[in-house]
Design a protein around this ligand. Sequence first.
Ligand code: ATP
Ligand code: MG
Length: 577
Amino acid sequence: MSIEQDVSDLVKILALKNAVEHDGKAQAESVISKLLGSRPDKRGTIKTLIPEIRAIVQSINLMPLSDQKSLLDKMAPEETAKKPVEETGVRLPPLEGAVMGQVVTRFPPEPNGYPHIGHAKAAIIDEEYARMYQGKLILRFDDTNPLKEKLEYYDAIKEGLDWLGVKPDIVKNTSDDISLIQQYGRKLVELDGAYVCTCSQETMHDLRAKGVACECRRDPSEALTRLEKLFNGSYEQNQAIIRFKGDMADLNTAMRDPALFRIIEGQHPKLGSKIRVWPTYDFAAPIEDSLDGVTHAMRTKEYELRNALYFAILDRLDLRKPTMIEFSRLEFEGVPVSKRKIRPLIDDGTIKDWDDPRLPTLSAFRRRGFVPEAIRKFVISLGITLAETKPPFEALEAYNRKIIDPLSMRLFFVKDPVELYVQEAADLDVVLKNHPTDTALGSRTVKASDRFYVSGDDAAGLKINDEIRLIELYNVKITRIECQEGKLSLTATPAGSEIKQSMPKIQWVSKQDIFDLRVLIPKQLYVGEQYNTNSLEVVKGVAESFVSGFKPGQVVQFVRFGFCRIDGNNTAIFTHR
Ligand code: ATP
Ligand code: MG
């Protein structure tokens, strides 16, 4: 029996992968078991394929390792692209029921705000699985509420994903399919799986609580007439909705006849005022997932109770059902990771922009100096557990630090500067390395004379006769400490250049070489349920003039202060320690 093209390609990829992981020698057994893992449909005929699989493995084992790597890169670029993540040992677990080449996932944001790190979690997991199984990722804007959605937000979400390096294979809008979704809604009413309800909200609220069906549900004679009226514009907003025919006494309240369509008058960013009858998320999501060919629909745990409804809708319409997978919402202590909570802060002016460094939006992370690779690693390290515990923000910082540390110049910045006069110090051109180990980052020359600035914190801890080391320069001995009108100043004399363990080693800026710099330090937005009025600390100081040449976006490490990203206008934003 001859092997089919897709199977033989898969065998080649698996063999190349196995070879690259094992010094160029793949093992046929391992390739066969991996093949069966992703193509269980081949179990019955595997015996007949074994000779060809062995032949493929043998031919690959004859290639030099470098050729194996480049061929793997050509045949399955995502495999090699995933490398950096594998190196750290963090990987997502296999996806239940996934078949190689046939996985379709989707990320369905509502364009009602800017994307945040919670979206990054969902989108990255969706993408990682699509790539892991050589499948497809769909970006689907879930835009079925014209009152909340704006073109600006579609763009912001695209930009955010772009920055993250999430590359959807297909981009679409739920609103593209609005007619189709309406047709399914009508069909569900015709099939007696839903009904048009004209009860007031209060009536329904009461009946729901009591677990009793309303008149509209009990008397089906009017159902189709009402359906026509709903779609031909005879009802006003709030006068009629389509409800799922669930069970008003169900213990799962999500099944107590939830709304599937409602009338919304508004300007939709893509469809204008053409459409009045809009599906709810509960209806649009299963229909779209099914029609889009989604095999694995992932969403956050808070939708758990609505899974029954999701599947009941597909059941009644006899549509294909995806596998549903849930993971926990990403939240950090004191930071609301939700558009619903962020937007009010923007609307009431508490926070001016979506990229304010205190926010967990992607644009804010970018502005703070976080790199997308760190966010991806962090998200993958969280995995798809349902754990409710909030991960420590420091975990994300650690991933970021590891990536930016080797790339960032080490420079001097002093906060709350205090003048230091070193008597009889010579004028010097001091050459400073930009990075302790990476010479490719070059060096800089600073003109030093007898006047310096050191940071207020360091100065406050000094006493007469203390010896300190000015980093990369020389030692000085403090001879006088003055405080005039609340302003501290120090005088010192040179004290050799031998570095002693016991000396405090502090950074400095030469008085003739300064660049005024303000650093914004974001803190927790909330303390408990209260907005933290001290959530943005503004630190003033001076940096070396070398910093003046940096463009916004440059990330640096200020020695003994922390990593910062230059933001422009003599301002930097604190990334982390
Ligand atoms: P928000 O409260 O921010 O509006 P949402 O769930 O309504 O949250 P959507 O735009 O509808 O936001 O979400 C798109 C996808 O992103 C959904 O699958 C949702 O589960 C996921 N998602 C949203 N917030 C988080 C989060 N904090 N952690 C993990 N996933 C999230
Ligand atoms: Mg939403």
